[in-house]
Design a binder for this molecule. Sequence first.
Ligand code: CP
Ligand code: NVA
Length: 337
Amino acid sequence: SNQFHGRSLLAESDLTPAELNYLVDYGLHLKAEAQQNIHTPLLAGKNIALLFEKGSTRTRSAFTTAAFELGANPVFLGKDDIHLFYKESLEDTAKVLGRMYDAIEYRGFKQETVEDLAKYSGVPVWNGLTDDWHPTQTIPDLMTIKENFGTFEGIKLTYLGDARNNVAHSLLVGAAMVGLNVAMVAPEDLQPAFGVVELAQQYAEESGAKIEVTEDLAEGLAKANVVTTDVWVSMGEDKWAERIKALLPYQLNQAALEKTGNIDGKLIVLHCLPAFHDLETKVGQKIYAEFGLKELEITDEVFRSKYGRQFDEAENRKHGIKAIMAATLGSQFIPKI
Ligand code: CP
Ligand code: NVA
């Protein structure tokens, strides 16, 4: 049987911890198959709408290429291409898409939008990032950790920086579910929301994960095996001066890596990307002109170091998303892994 069949993935908490673990393993299984050039058309004949209210490189590409390899037809519907929010309501759009597509991916602002899409469309909906959660990032991130360490048990992940955003919240909850020890290190105002910490603590009681939320870099980084961060200003925000001032001490740099005590041991660096580690971009030039900084949440040195696994992580978006789509939209049977 397939307990995922017909379900949506709007947040990590839509899954049981066992189901989250399964999707991580299923993603790695599909990756191993893809590396042998095995692409099973588990979604042959399915139509998938890819709705984007915000920009994307990885999520859009992962859904598109994964859908193609599963035999499905992905259709990109960008915010400027369709009537949504401009002259057609979410409810009507969802009802129409539900009549034509077998499933919908949505990236945008409000969590409520992705929930309403699921409610009115009647087909599985996948959250490709909202202001609140990023579950199609969590699964590939956990895949990358498992790929490197073979287990979550006894492994510690430390997140530095804006620990109150979608990626941070999702990673905290996901880690707690699978029993990965996790430290969220940020100034008080940018620590995870109270309700999210509470939810993570509930999962941690079951999984045995140890959760730390702290302002103290030495404490949070001690014994970390995975150090990660995310942009300081997320899509839809514009608080550069304020965030740079608050978060510069929480930059993922060589000094931070040294605080893990694992420089010569088990240590990797992740970043969901895009990352602000050089001056090449338009935003990079603007930040340099205004603040005189060439790198923000991660230094170029750490980004290019032997610890960096961010491009494996990006690749894993594709395989993880494949697992999510195949499980929820595929056949009545899923493999035992
Ligand atoms: N990590 C991530 O979601 O990347 P994109 O914004 O490029 O999709
Ligand atoms: N927190 C970032 C993640 C981008 C993948 C944002 O929401 O912009």
